[in-house]
Design a protein around this ligand. Sequence first.
Ligand SMILES: *[C@@H]1O[C@H](CO)[C@@H](O)[C@H](O)[C@H]1NC(C)=O
Length: 648
Amino acid sequence: MMKWLVFLVGVGIAMAVVLSSILSALDPNSAPEVSHEYKRQPRLKKDWPSMDGSNKKLFWIVQISDIHISAYYDPSRGPDLEKFCKEYLPVIDPKLVVATGDLTDAKLVNNIESKQMESEWILYSNIVKRCRTLAKAEWLDVRGNHDSFDVFNFDSENNYYRFYSAHGPALSKDHHFERAYYHTLNLPFGSYSFVGFDACSKPGPNRPFNFFGYLDDSQVQHLRGLELSTRKSNHTVWFGHFPTSLIVHDPPVLRSIMRRSIAYLCGHLHTLGDTVPQMYSKHKTGQLELELGDWKENRKFRVMAFDHDLMSFTDAQLGDWPLVVVLNPKDSQFLSAENEPVELIERSSHVKVLVFSPDPVSVVEVTVDGRLLGEASQEDGPLYTLAWTPQQYAHGLHDLRVVVKDARGRTKRVEQTFSLDGSQMPFKFLPRLLLMLNLYSVGKLIYGLMAFLFTLILTSLRQCSNIRTFYFQGRNFICQFLNSWLMKMWLAARTNPSYYIVTGSVLYLTFGPWFVGDLLRGRTGLVFVWGMIVQGAFIPGGITYFYGIFQLLSFSLPLVTLLGHLLDTRRKHGNRVTARHVFTIFLPFILLLFLTLYIGFKEFPSAYGMYALLFGPLRTGNIFLLVLSVYLCYKTELKHVLAINGVH
Ligand SMILES: *[C@@H]1O[C@H](CO)[C@@H](O)[C@H](O)[C@H]1NC(C)=O
């Protein structure tokens, strides 16, 4: 009992250390990851002119992400984008449109194989051309992982981004193979820079092992240069496809390079199947990370406005009208002290709201803390203003509600909080988890810990000569249950075939090549948990660690459970087969076999060719290991394992 306690406490402490380090990574108020010399000096108060009710220092942009124009699925993605350009862009009239990757889908009809298709790119290119004539806005685009499936190099023939995208031809012409650029809007009241970068894997394997972004040293160097060139701007916005949590580079410096910017705009995670429709967070450096939901299924887009250097945004969907962006008082959650002093709001003369609508707007009603402040009136174009005295809201958080109605009876209600003393609402936990962690390290850590514990526990059990000395003393159900599983696991560890097959397969998963496959069309490579090797190029692991975790949970763990249970049944009942055994052993075995067969034949071979089946020690090997280990455990002599130890 004592030994188990020590063991459990040890494991508990290890878990606690890992968890607390993960949690502290999520806390924007904990020790900053950049030293003080890096911290942005807030501009002096007197530098900030007070904000009036005019539109003299106001502009806005639009972002879309994850368009996934597809030759096989949902043919309305492209036409809907064109509809957006016809019906929305002329009304919104942005200075800039930013498209953050996965412009095309590049998946074949079986949804598993991937390939760059010129037809998808031509469609994208034609739509963008028409959009640019409809809205006189600059169109900035970067690639996403789908745009890099099966693309060996940036200058490969099938890197259609170079020919058919809005910005690719320029990048390609200048041989900017660091794949990053910036665009500065020089407006009468200030300059605003937009830095886009392409962190796609190089080479870009076919799916599914092309999910993380990567930056190499020369790209990081290049990004530093772009940061320097844009430092004089009033604001810099960075954009790319992958959230920073999914970009692998060592050491991780991206967030610190971008720290002076106001926001990083990305996509990639869509809305995670509607579980996280709004994925926003703020890094320790004060910079916001704003993931935008996808165009692919949700037809999402974002309008982001800058008024007197105060940034506000709203995310909307095709079909939404009117669109409302509250400029002042800005939503306190997104206020970043380094970039936007609250003095600006404190000294403002008006509540300011942008309302975009194709129909006349009939009312813009402003309520603060449940009390009607009044109706805002149209100042100029989409700008509506209402005079206010901010001083009366000096302390704490306040609720702002804006209700907009148009002539056709459509209503839009916006509710947010503001504060003049820096009070803020915290960001939601899940978005913080997804955007602020370094998911590559987390995957590696969890995989490593699981594989280690798995081997450690089985090997320790194998050393134990009589498991009953470790039984939990107690007559209640929980103790009985735990003891019965201790016995099963001990039997699995003590018996040669099960011990060697299970730990051997976990060690193989960790060190050996999983399979040989056509990672790119006509380019054969090897996949390991820690990375992929294809034609002399190495791509560090990323999604592979998560696949490794899946493999442990879907194969190793069920297998050892099944074998332990089989051995325990034989210990109790010998080899007599009863109806109960059919249910508790035979049925789980068949289910696991089907799962293993399904995964073995379906996923890797379809994605990476028949090689992956023939030379697939991992998944194809699993099928043999499963059958072999069950057969051996059924046949093995149990008596001497038990007899020596006096266990019956
Ligand atoms: C932009 O920056 C310049 C220089 O710091 C400043 O004079 C100007 O007022 C800023 N623009 C806005 C809208 O604050």
